[in-house]
Design a protein around this ligand. Sequence first.
Ligand SMILES: [Mg+2]
Length: 413
Amino acid sequence: MTEKTIMHLDMDAFFASVEQQCNPRLRGKPIGVIGSGARTVVTTASYEARPRGVKTGMTVVAAQRLCPEIILVEGNNTKYTDTCAQLVALYRDVTPFVEVFSVDEAFLDVTGSLKLFGSARAIAHCIKEKILKLFGLTCSSGIAPNKLLAKLASDLHKPDGLLEISAGEVPGFLEKLPVGKLCGIGAQVERKLAVLGIHTCGELGRADPVLLRHHFGIIGEVLHRMGRGEDESPVVPLEKTPEAKSIGHSMTFSRDILRKELLEAYLLQLSEMVGRRVRRSGFCGRTVSLTVRYADFTTFSRQHSLREPIQGSLELYRTAKNILNSFRLQQAVRLLGVSLSNLSKNSGQVPLFPTEKRWQAITAAMDAVNNRFGDFALTWGSLLNRYQHAGVISPAWRPEGTRETAFGGIKKT
Ligand SMILES: [Mg+2]
């Protein structure tokens, strides 16, 4: 196999840095980006807040206790996703092989670009400079023979880092490294490994594969390879994404809801969010799923598959509403989710019936307005005067968000 050069780019405190760029008064100060609503947590803490112990996922109260002068800023998804799209465009100037891993992380296969730029380091410097100049943001970059190690490298030098791990340096690097530093090895696996006396990657790489398989099943082999720094997963550009699985959105309410009409209004809003993403990515789908989480956290999903694939918000909404009305609610609802799966590329076929044609034209016009003026600039009458839910997206968001990226079969946690 030919030696590859993979680069991982990770924006530093992305949401917080973007907010500090937008508002100069926030620069150099400890800030925390939060969601809206009563149950919000800190999504990202700025580098000024981190030494005080403020961390992602912490409640606002806890963050304020550690750092009373922290400035809390309500996050704005559009800002982050727009910046992400511009960053991806910038990466594509270097190589067509760009895999968006999350809203602030991407993998680049730069193997084919080395000759042009001189070296991977030169590419990283060039990208970092451009990002700083254009957006005022810093990022950390890792360069290595595969994705697993490239991510490790960028994680080890933060913020504003640049670390290259060459093939020859890999064993030395991994020997004393705690297994939990590898992306894909979560706390649970780490604990299980510790019980077996395995703490470092070096130990993991030398462990008996039979023992690992016995304790972890098929994942045991993956772990064994990870311990030796092996990962053959390719960088998969978005447009090459193998059959997208589903496109969906969910929202957690600040107060549990029992009223059907209110739930239906949120359903319409969710359907519009999903519909727009489906259309933007050029997909259509046949299966609509509705997810409901009750106040006591009982969660379930119901699906309905249609004969013909759809991509319109209204069709999505009607199907989701039918599902919602097909059962009796047992409790107030805490979370509602809508997704479309069984996706295929939209053939761009023009509908035969005049009403369908009209709806397609209306949808296209609405999309055009909203693409230009922001989400929900033009919306359905029944959503007016309605509290607009604006939770902050998770950093695991990715454009067209249709794929679970995994290292050797272990989901990113
Ligand atoms: Mg980051």
